[in-house]
Design a protein around this ligand. Structure first.
Ligand code: COA
Length: 259
């Protein structure tokens, strides 16, 4: 059985399913390998406009790194695993397409770190987010402390890291991490609703805005505003930019061609 199952939910929307429900979709080395190649395929396929990440089984998105692989002081393997996770997560954050993370149940450790690399988080009411590595005597290693700090600030981040507290869906919504909280049985519909909305954004514009959010977050405000205007001027000169304007004025749906 594949540990990662890619499928197209509707044309243009590729779901990548973590499929190891008996271990709450924990990120074993083979699973990470399959995850990376499914992401590569989705990122490279021009017909894929939106990527959805989800966990199988309903109980967890992903419960973190595979703790069984950590046992026994295999320091070189441990370091290799961490370096690889960091590389894959960083790359996930840079994919030039919107990535929706749909979380049913637990998103812990590496699972929450993956979510923090995505663009839109949809949570079921059962979702619980956490970085419990401190309970193992460790700390996150895939960028979790730093992305969480930047997403919610020091105090909300400290609660997860220093108290090992799991964040509820309601709290994630209040902190602005979750775009929406849906009942468990409404998740399929919530995902499709968001994915269809993403499909209406011109793909080049989406890619550029994603980059602006990422690069702007660590830049000074004047530099970031200049990045934004340069981007707009570039988009205005594209065929899709003109098509979007024409379509609005002609009261029709735009046909974006990524040019
Ligand atoms: N790595 C390896 N196996 C894991 C795992 C992980 N991160 N998370 C869960 N599993 C396994 C359990 O060992 C168990 O396997 P088993 O049935 O063969 O014993 C199975 O998944 C079900 O988990 P279980 O702990 O029985 O479910 P639960 O409902 O009692 O608890 C959690 C759920 C998520 C609270 C608990 O599994 C947990 O704390 N997981 C680890 C989370 C973590 O620390 N992540 C960061 C890792 S660095």
């Amino acid at each position: 059985m594949a540990l990662i199952e890619p499928s197209d939910l509707i044309p243009g929307v590729r779901q990548i399913l973590f499929n190891r429900p008996d271990k709450l979709n924990a990120l074993s080395t083979p699973l990470m390998r399959e995850f990376e190649s499914a992401l590569e395929e989705a990122a490279a396929d021009p017909d894929v406009r939106v990527i959805v990440l989800r966990g199988a089984g309903g109980k967890a998105f992903v419960a973190g790194a595979d703790i069984a692989e950590y046992q026994g002081h295999k320091r070189a393997e441990f370091i290799a695993y961490q370096l690889n996770s960091r590389r894959v997560f960083d790359w996930l954050e840079r994919i030039a397409k919107p990535v929706i993370c749909a979380i049913d149940g637990f998103a812990l450790g590496g699972g929450f770190e993956i979510a923090l690399c995505c663009d839109i988080l949809l949570l079921s009411e059962t979702a619980q987010l956490g970085l419990p590595e401190g309970r193992l005597g460790l700390c996150p290693g895939g960028g979790g402390t730093q992305r969480l700090l930047r997403a919610v600030g020091k105090y909300a981040a400290s609660d997860l890291l220093l108290a090992g507290w799991r964040m509820s869906a309601e709290r994630a919504l209040a902190l602005g991490i979750a775009a929406e909280v849906a009942p468990a049985e409404g998740m399929d519909e919530a995902i499709l609703r968001r994915a269809r909305a993403c499909l209406k954004i011109a793909p080049l514009a989406a890619a550029e805005m994603k980059r602006l959010l990422r690069e702007g977050a660590d830049a000074g405000i004047e530099t970031a505003k200049s990045l934004e205007q340069e981007t707009l001027f570039r988009l205005y000169s594209t065929a899709d930019g003109q098509e979007g304007i024409d379509a609005f004025l002609e009261k029709r749906d735009p046909q974006f061609r990524m040019e």
